[in-house]
Design a protein around this ligand. Structure first.
Ligand SMILES: [Zn+2]
Length: 295
């Protein structure tokens, strides 16, 4: 099996940027973590793939990006997060959702998602994180992000994302490409890149036996490729007690102890990996006492 990777390059005299991801392993890990149905695997897999590609603009583990796709469809919200070290993770509200296939035999991601908004939060260590919002156009996710880049970042961009699921519900192939036009990109380069982008419809099939870099060689050969980066994303949750401590604290002392009295312990579950963190009376007391002692 070919390892997951992201390759970044400039083509057409550096006027067009290409980012390609091979994400079969990370989507497979998401399927196993959440026991995803095929349509949920496609929806979350596409979202994880774009999150990882977008996170290549971040610097290091301290910077983070999160995507929330909140439509009115039966999947509920789709959430993906990634840091600058390319640790990516995500979840959907209804992971076992089953829908009939579309007439063309494809998974009906747009019906699962419905209409609504995409929100992207980029925390780059500045005082206020950058928050971008745009409408869901089709719910197929790739088109929705092309719109997001254009309306929120004023950046003409083509996006292709794809996930193929095996009969045994494992991930057969997943991948994606972002094609970004640099400012003042000449008409000719735009035309050539758009022509190529139109051929990316079956991206997961095109990438099946290739690394991200090999894909760029194969697909953009003849466009004057200049590689800028090769990176290795991974599905990895970053939860820990410091995260769930905050969940417990947000309940407030009174509510927390009331629940403790009723249930004997408190439990917080991480949505990204389903790990459960349990708190006994002593731990809850220590948490609130520590908070009470803070200036
Ligand atoms: Zn977790």
């Amino acid at each position: 099996m070919i390892k997951d990777s992201i390759c970044k390059a400039l083509i057409l005299d550096d006027r067009v940027q290409v980012i390609a991801i091979k994400s079969t392993e990370m989507v497979g890990e998401a399927i196993r973590t959440h026991n995803l149905s095929p349509v949920c695997a496609a929806a979350l897999g596409r979202t994880l793939s774009i999150a990882a590609m977008m996170a290549t603009d971040l610097n290091g583990e301290g910077e983070n990006l999160s995507i929330t796709i909140k439509g009115d469809g039966p999947i509920g919200s789709i959430v993906a997060a990634c840091d600058g070290a390319l640790n990516v993770r995500g979840y959907v509200d209804n992971p076992q959702l089953e829908l009939p296939l579309k007439e063309n035999g494809k998974l009906d991601v747009s019906r699962a998602v419905g209409k609504g908004k995409i929100t992207v939060i980029q925390d780059m260590g500045l005082k206020a994180p950058y928050v971008g919002v745009s409408d869901i156009v089709s719910g197929e996710i790739a088109e929705d992000f092309a719109r997001y880049f254009f309306t929120s970042l004023q950046q003409p961009t083509a996006v292709a994302l794809g996930v193929l699921i095996e009969r045994d519900l494992s991930c057969f192939s997943a991948g994606g490409v972002i094609i970004r036009f640099m400012p003042d990109c000449p008409e000719e380069a735009v035309g050539k890149a758009e022509e190529l982008a139109a051929k990316l419809g079956e991206i997961s099939r095109l990438m099946k036996d290739l690394s991200a870099r090999q894909f760029i060689v194969d697909f953009f050969g003849g466009c004057g490729i200049r590689y800028t980066d090769e990176l290795f994303p991974k599905y990895r949750c970053k939860c820990g007690r410091q995260v769930t401590d905050r969940v417990i604290l947000s309940m407030g002392r009174e509510e927390a102890f009331k629940t403790l009295d009723e249930q004997g312990e408190l439990a917080a579950i991480c949505h990204f990996c389903n790990k459960q963190y349990r708190y006994g009376r002593e731990q809850v007391k220590a948490l609130f006492d520590y908070l009470g002692g803070l200036p």
